[in-house]
Design a binder for this molecule. Sequence first.
Ligand SMILES: Cc1cc2nc3c(=O)[nH]c(=O)nc-3n(C[C@H](O)[C@H](O)[C@H](O)COP(=O)(O)OP(=O)(O)OC[C@H]3O[C@@H](n4cnc5c(N)ncnc54)[C@H](O)[C@@H]3O)c2cc1C
Length: 421
Amino acid sequence: MNRYSWFSVLKEGLTGHKGWPRAWRDPEPKPAYDAIVVGGGGHGLSTAYYLARNHGMRNIAVLEKGYLGGGNVGRNTTIVRSNYMLPYSTQFYEFSLKLWENLSHELNYNVMFSQRGQIGLFHSPAARDAAARRANTMRLNDIEAELLSREQLMTMIPHLDYSASARFPILGGILQRRAGTARHDAVAWGYARAADRLGVDLIQNCEVTGILRQGNRVTGVETTRGTILAPKVGLAVAGNTTLLTDMAGLGRMPIESHKLQAFVSEPLKPLLDYVVAFALPGGHFYISQSDKGGLVFGGDLDMYNSYAQKGNLPVVEDVAGCAMALMPCLGRVRLLRHWSGVMDMSMDGSHIISKTAVEGLYLNTGWCYGGFKATPASGWCFASTMAKDEPHELTAAFSLDRFERGLAIDEKGQGPTPNLH
Ligand SMILES: Cc1cc2nc3c(=O)[nH]c(=O)nc-3n(C[C@H](O)[C@H](O)[C@H](O)COP(=O)(O)OP(=O)(O)OC[C@H]3O[C@@H](n4cnc5c(N)ncnc54)[C@H](O)[C@@H]3O)c2cc1C
């Protein structure tokens, strides 16, 4: 397959764009592979890519029940950052951010990674202390962070409601300049195309309906397109995790499925140069402006368990209220569309990249609503776990058995209430 280049763009531009090859093949599933990754979202596709790129595995397949990128990877609000506090999370997300910084070159695909900076607002002296602590922790870990005063914010983002009577009075913010956004579906397409180029079979419309075991060893999967054998099977199915782990007989998982909605406005002229977010009791909101001009924003979960990819009106009202409280100028902007994804909320708010009790069966889940930014590092570490049958050093602490051993990684300190993480 040809690489994308200035030359190919120029040539196709001059010859009517008739010579572009399809981005990836559409192969029939083989009867057997060396490894199968279930789920053609960001994490499944990046895992397959790094299995091939880092570990030389070529006889592998990604099985996707719908179309590539139709799940959360194509539904999220695209915020990428590494402003974590706890040791394991900090290293993992910073590694991910470094992979993002070279991802378009790595994949030969423009994922439109835009390091425009992310600002978390704070609204009380106590929250300022917490933000200062976070910024200091980040700096101690060699991750840049800046504390901003209200006056600095007023020049950087003039459209916010800075009045003392605002519903969420703004005292300042914490900025990570290297954070930003990326084009979500380009990330899926970029990994898909790059994996296909390395020989990975990407099989769409292929739902896994059963997991085959011989004793305590996985031997393959049943699918809507027949039985496919493999000695290694990795599950990267986000909000559908518990359906798949039930098929494998893994027992009760520390995961709940919740829905999260996202919203996009009509396109506007440039209005917002940063990603802006805040979270406090009674309000949770994040907003950025896409390259097409739409304001992309969201808030809290719908707060009840569901596998449905659509949300409900109370959250629409809540998010619209937060939007108006923060940026009153949005009042006359029309909403273009909104949708929902199914989140894999874990008991401590952190992800799971792990071997399981079944030999050859591996688990990648628990991303809550922050897994998009983890896409490159998740694939890297999960591929390593699958290829070597041992945890990668960056994800060893994120094993499934941490819940049995009482070693939760609870960034928010919320305890085992998945919808609060
Ligand atoms: C509205 C919203 C906003 C978000 N905002 C952000 C954000 O700003 N920043 C951030 O970092 N994260 C964000 N997230 C979270 C992030 O999108 C997810 O954590 C991440 O995309 C999950 O991993 P994935 O891409 O592999 O999941 P998915 O794309 O959901 O992939 C899982 C795939 O598995 C497939 N599948 C399921 N069951 C089967 C089966 N039986 N057989 C075969 N295939 C199957 C599904 O069809 C799906 O394509 C957001 C999520 C949503 C919904």
